[in-house]
Structure formats: C-alpha cells, structure tokens
Design a protein around this ligand. Structure first.
Ligand code: SF4
Length: 359
C-alpha cells in the first residue's frame, strides 16, 4: 500500500453504523447484454451491490470493465431495443429494470441524478447555465420560473460559484472547466436526489481543481445525506472519497469491500495491478507507473475459468484451476469479498511478500 493511498484511505469515512442503514439502492444479479453481429456482448454479467444513504461507493476498473454500463442501467438509460437487461435495480424499493419508462423518467433527476465526465458536452452551449438548472428543476417541481431561478442561484452559491446571481446568466463556455463541473453538480443536486452517480467526474480537471471538486461532492453528500456512486479508473479518487470500493473486471465484480480494509488488505491480483499503476511522487519517473500487462478480454467470448487468468502473474502458480474454473465471489471478514482461487490467506501471503514491497 502506498503512503498516499494509506493516508487517503485512513482519511475516508469509517465503517460506522450508517454502513448498515437500509440500502437506498440494491443491485441484484444485474446483467446488461448487447446483441451484435459478432455475438452477444456481456458488458455486465451478474453484479450485486448495495448503497445506503450517506455512503459513497467507488466503482473502479479499466475501460470495458462494465462500470459505466452499470451506471447507465441504474439510471434506466439503456435503450431497451438495443440492450438486454435482467436482474433487479431497486431504488427505494422501485425496480428500475421492470418499471415503465415514464416511471424511470420521473425518478431520474428527482430521485437520482448523474454527473458526467465532460460538462461542456453535457451542457447545451446555446442556453445559459442558469436556464439549464432552472429547466432541470422545473421538470420535477411545480414552481414558477422566478422560484426556480432563485433555486438555481442558491445551488450555484452552494457549489462555490462566485457572484452566482450574475454568473447564472453566463453560458457554459464562459465558465472554466472546474466551474462547469461545479455547475453540473449544482444541476444534479438541485432536486435533492437521494442517489447521485458521478462518472469520471474529475478526469478532465487538473489536480488542484480535482481535489476541490471531490471535496465539494463530499460536502454536498453530507448536507443532502445522499448516496453517491463514483465511477472511475482512478483508485486515488476512490481513496479520497469512497466508503466502499467495487473493483470490476470484464463485467463482473472481482473485489468489494470497505475502502480502508481493501487498501490495507487487497486480495485480488487485478486490484494489486491497479494499485501498482497508481502514481507515486516519491519514485523516479520510469519506476512510477507499472500498468497491468495485456488488454481486457473479449466480452463476447470471455476466457474460460477466471476471466483475469491471461493477464494474471499468479495463474501459472495455481495451475489448471485458474483457466478451467471460474472463482466465486466469496465474502470474508469485514464485508470484504474477493473472486480468486488464491483465497484470503494465500493472497495475504503473496501480497505481503511480493506485491507490497513494490508499491
Ligand atoms: Fe489470478 Fe487465478 Fe486468482 Fe484469477 S483465480 S486472479 S488467475 S490467481
């Protein structure tokens, strides 16, 4: 574990009683498959997790791991003519997968909202920032334009936009990247949704602004007592804000647990690879980044056995079982689950002896 990740994980919210509050979101055996000419792309292939109010879940993985497809399924944004969805996504008891489109539309924005990676392409360039927040607010609230404008100014002030009563009439291109992201957050939070999903919310921002946006999201989450899901490829981001981490690989969860425990005792070789790829300020440049070798597998014909085996440095050591039998996601102590034939004891030995000294 790096000094940085250790400090950050230690600084995250502890697993307190609210970890066991009734989940606001329950995802059960979620599958999202896309029929294509080449075959069925199993982008998400049996995913289970929950998020309670006041908690933050970080979903981590490389592109193609299924994390963004999962967030779109939660928001009910997959076209049902293109995607085959099964399982359950229960938001406050309402199943998004089985619900009518009108019901899902009402929930979106009102009970759940999304912040995208690139606010410039998510905000309409022809309308002022204020007009877009007002529109989003009035879709779900029967209020006058005047009241909605007051709400827009209040939200812009809450997210730290200076002179909000003046900037409300600016266009998106008149905002800096960080301010646009703040405005997107203001728009997302304007209806006080119980669930906020942020997809790579800080990727396009420089490090200082990134830290400010993450801090802002944490602050608003506390104030609104919302459940937050952060989708990212960057473990530094989840270490900064998440209470729990779900690591995804090839459409499945491979490791899941409280952030402090998962950073202290990571058990899956893929998670070790992600940790090894984290930048370190105390290493010379050529030693700093050690990306995981190989590329993510085909989601039409995933590898037999463990889906990670073609890239796993420990597969040869365990032998045949890794390429013939798919491991189950097994829960250990501290709500920490891992999908690997090493098992928690052997994984700990390997991590301490071979992986940790190199992090
Ligand atoms: Fe590696 Fe085998 Fe564990 Fe898969 S099951 S991650 S191949 S050791």
């Amino acid at each position: 574990m790096t000094d940085r990740s250790a400090t950050m994980a230690a600084g995250s919210a502890p697993a307190t009683a609210d970890a066991h509050r009734r989940p606001l979101l329950e995802v059960k055996d979620l599958r999202v498959h896309f029929p294509t000419e080449d075959g069925l792309v199993k982008a998400v292939d049996g995913l289970d997790f929950t998020v309670a109010k006041g908690r933050t879940l970080g979903i981590v993985g490389e592109s193609g791991s299924g994390k963004s497809v999962t967030s779109l399924a939660i928001l009910g944004l997959h076209k049902r003519t293109r995607a085959q969805l099964s399982g359950e996504v229960l938001l406050d008891g309402v199943d998004i997968i089985g619900a009518a489109e009108e019901t899902v539309r009402r929930l979106r924005g009102n009970k759940m909202a999304m912040i995208f990676q690139d606010p410039l392409s998510s905000m309409h360039p022809y309308y002022t920032v204020g007009a877009q927040i007002i529109e989003a607010y009035r879709v779900h609230n029967n209020v006058s334009k005047r009241a909605a404008r007051a709400r827009a100014i209040e939200m812009l002030s809450l997210v730290g936009i200076p002179q909000p009563d003046r900037r409300v009439d600016d266009y998106p291109h008149q905002f800096s990247g960080g301010m646009r992201q703040r405005a997107m957050i203001a728009m997302g939070m304007s209806c006080n949704p119980g669930l906020l999903i942020a997809d790579e919310p800080t990727t396009a921002l420089d490090v200082t602004v990134q830290a400010q946006i993450l801090e802002l999201m944490k602050k608003l989450q506390r104030e609104f007592d919302s459940a937050l899901i952060i989708i990212t490829h960057d473990l530094c981001v989840v270490a900064e804000v998440a209470d729990d981490i779900l690591v995804m690989y090839a459409g499945r969860a491979v490791e899941h647990g409280p952030v402090a425990d998962l950073f202290r005792r990571p058990e899956h070789p893929y998670t070790w690879g992600l940790l090894s790829s984290m930048p370190r300020l105390d290493r010379v440049r050529e030693d700093r980044l050690r990306p995981i070798k190989g590329t993510p597998p085909s989601l039409i014909n995933p590898p037999p056995g463990c889906r990670f085996h073609p890239r796993c440095p420990y597969a040869q050591r365990l032998g045949e079982i890794c390429w013939t039998v798919e491991p189950e996601l097994l829960e250990g102590p501290n709500d920490h689950s891992t999908r690997c034939h090493l098992g928690p004891v052997k994984a700990r030995e390997v991590f301490v002896a071979e992986v940790e000294p190199l992090l």
